[in-house]
Design a protein around this ligand. Sequence first.
Ligand SMILES: *[C@@H]1O[C@H](CO)[C@@H](O)[C@H](O)[C@H]1NC(C)=O
Ligand SMILES: *[C@@H]1O[C@H](CO)[C@@H](O)[C@H](O)[C@H]1NC(C)=O
Ligand SMILES: *[C@@H]1O[C@H](CO)[C@@H](O)[C@H](O)[C@H]1NC(C)=O
Length: 930
Amino acid sequence: MASQKEKPLSANAAASQHSFQVILMAIILMLVSSCLAPSASAVEQEAEALLNWKASLDNTSLSLLSSWVGNSTCNWDGIGCNNIRSITHVNLTGSGLRGTLHSFSFSSFPSLLSLNLSHNSISGTIPSEIGFLKSLQILDLSENNLNGSIPHEVGLLGNLTILSLHNNELSGNIPLEICMLNSLSVIHIEKNNLTGSIPESIGNLSNLNVLDLGENNFSGSIPSSIGNLTKLKELYLMGNQLTGTIPNEVGKLKFLTRLGLVNNRLNGSLPSELSNLKFLKHLVLSGNNLSGNIPPDLCSGGLLEMFTAHNNQLTGLMPTSLRNCNSLVRLRLERNQLTGNINEEFGIYPKLAYVDLSYNRFYGELSENWGECQNLQSLKLSNNRISGRVPQFEGSIQLHILDLSSNNLTGTIPRQLGRLTSLFNLNLGDNKLSGSVPPEIGMLTNLQQLNLAANDFNGPIPEQLDGCRELLNLNLSKNKFSESIPLQMGSMQTLQVLDLSQNSLMREIPPQLGQLVKLEALNLSHNELSGLVPYTFDNMLSLTVIDLSFNHLEGPLPNNKAFLEASAVAFENNTGLCGNATGLNACPPETRGGKKGSKSVIFIIVFVLAILFFAFVVFGILWVRCYSQEAQNENQFAVWSYDGRLEYEDIIEATEEFNSKYCVGVGGNASVYKAELQTGRIVAVKKLHIVQDSGVANFKAFESEVRTLSEIRHRNILKLYGFCSHPQHPLLVYDFIEGGSLENILTDENHAIKFGWIERVNVVKDVANALSYMHHDCSPAILHRDISSKNILLDLEYGAYVSDFGTAKLLKADTSNWTSFAGTFGYSAPELAYTMETNEKCDVYSFGVVALEVIMGKHPGDLISYFLSLSLTSTAQPIQLKDVLDPRLSPPGNHVVEKVVTVLNLAFACLRTNPQSRPTMQQISNELLF
Ligand SMILES: *[C@@H]1O[C@H](CO)[C@@H](O)[C@H](O)[C@H]1NC(C)=O
Ligand SMILES: *[C@@H]1O[C@H](CO)[C@@H](O)[C@H](O)[C@H]1NC(C)=O
Ligand SMILES: *[C@@H]1O[C@H](CO)[C@@H](O)[C@H](O)[C@H]1NC(C)=O
């Protein structure tokens, strides 16, 4: 009991002694510095200190420190010395180090100028002894797992110029002592859990160039002393809980190029002093509660490229300076209360790529000048009060997204829009447009979204719409379209959502619509359609939502789960629909098909139908039970992929134009970034580096394959959300998988031990299922071409996801011997050495290597040929199971050993030299159905 009582007491004492400790530390420092000249023993002391620290680190992480033996520290990797052999630099960035700093003897390095341990897995706190590094100029501990608070003793590092602690788990306040470090020029402490307010005394740091406090939990207001940081070029305070106004003193930061205040709780108006910032390039203020007018002269230096202030309460007119701001690239002011005549407020912007002014109060007519913005990719003006006609956008040949919905536009759609072949989202819905839809819309071959709903369009739906071969979502509802539904629509095979409701469409539904096998939602309600619902609808297996109400339809419903499960509302107000759906009358037996025949034939048909129906209901129930979860996700996926390229902008924003701090991996062919989109979804963005001469044809083939891939949904294939077809670095956007690659898990001792036999067998099964699906259930078959343990990702439950299907086709390996060879050395089939022709059997071979690797715990290497020779010569010793099992695991128990042996036998079969004698992925996947 007594000791329990003492604890709070001693904690209090420690707190009150804190300033005393700092003084003590300073005295110790003075004593240490009195013995400056390094003797032989000082050199030895440094070596010993480093070796002690090395010994304290997790020994799986030391492969890069293998040169750290003996005494010659100056020759060790990552170490730099001055001319008297004292250590001045320690640079171990990205060395895979795992451990803490607690055994690092800071006092042993009086000459250290730079300590860079960034991009490792160092955990624990930053020891207060860091204050001993009195010569230190650069301290970079960013991208680790450090926690606890920033020690006050950092304030003793009087020569510090760069302090970089970002991307850790640091908490607590900014120690005031830091604000005394007058030499500091760069502070990066973003992406931690720091709290408290930004200290007023930050204004002392008069040499600061960069200050990044973003994505912490700072509160309070921005101190006006920030105006004393007159050398500041970049100021980022985004993603905190800052309140109050933007201080006018910001206007004193005359060299500022980037100001980022997004996602705080700032209010008040934008200080007019912002006009003093002649070097300003990026001004990003969105997601606050800012009000008042936009200052008159934001573009006074003529350099402003990005101005975003969406989701605020800004009012008034656009300032005239923005009208003439030629440098603008991105302008986002959506969801404010801005007003003014859109024709007068905007000029011609040669560089402008992205404009979003939706949800404001702009009025007036759209000028043809928009067509002179040659780099325009997105123009979003929805939910304003814009009137007049739709311009022709003559020169805007890069336009991807044109959203003019929910305005007061009149007139017809100009035929010239058919020339905008880059368009993938055209939304003119909810206006007062009229006339017939020009057939030229069918020339928009990349269009994915077409929304013309809620206008006054009339005449027939143009049959040429089937030229939009990529269309996913077509909404023509709430117009006056008449005549029949064009049968050509049946060839729009990519359609997922088709809404033709509330028109005057008549006659029968064309049976060709049944070919829309990817259609998920079909709304034909409120038309004049008559006759039977076509039989062919039985085949629309993706359909989940259907509405046929308010027509003149009759006869039986198709045998299709969407119809069977729909509520009665979906069929109400028709002439005579019948069937087993809720609320409908049963059909008289001979209705379907209307054919007459002998009674016995009818009886047999009815009997067969009844059995089929029963099977269907059972299947349907199973389907619903197994897949209701999945269906929900798919739905989300659908909405998401609609915006395909739209996310490119979000990705640019989420990764701050591919800032290296979001980079989670770099390979020979691509860099991978982790991006959290505004929706909160976390995605992996793969930026491919394309070899210059890989050719346009190649790229086109790749592009079409990627499109196919983005529609594929398989449990064990990494979900591809979308891609952007920039010719030099196309982006692929995938689901972000938390666990890491199979390769990483197998090479990491700690992980590998936890990765047991059952999990390993399951991973092999998962990969086999994914490949079998792509080879045998897709038409045409899709090859991976680069299966290796790098491309297989595991989630936290060891579920496997195969990634990068088809990507290898586009990329050339950089090894000079293999110029036209796709794939990873050590995984590719031997025949690829003399033939360019890849087929399924090449994937099978690579799969065999991976399967062996999973069981052995490492790449089989030269053993592959050894195994092959064994299987050929009958005199050889049979392979002993224990020779190939990962020695880090205890041998598999009785119930698993059989499965492991099956995997090994299959793997050997896959490695056969003759491609024809390798099994197919389908056979393998079946063999693994234990
Ligand atoms: C900022 O500068 C002003 C005048 O130059 C000075 O009075 C004030 O003390 C400074 N504030 C800080 C926190 O350095
Ligand atoms: C935003 O500012 C307005 C006044 O301009 C105020 O009425 C409102 O409460 C503020 N909203 C938030 C969320 O702070
Ligand atoms: C189909 O469209 C009508 C009218 O446009 C709408 O009222 C109805 O909710 C839609 N049905 C479904 C299932 O979405």
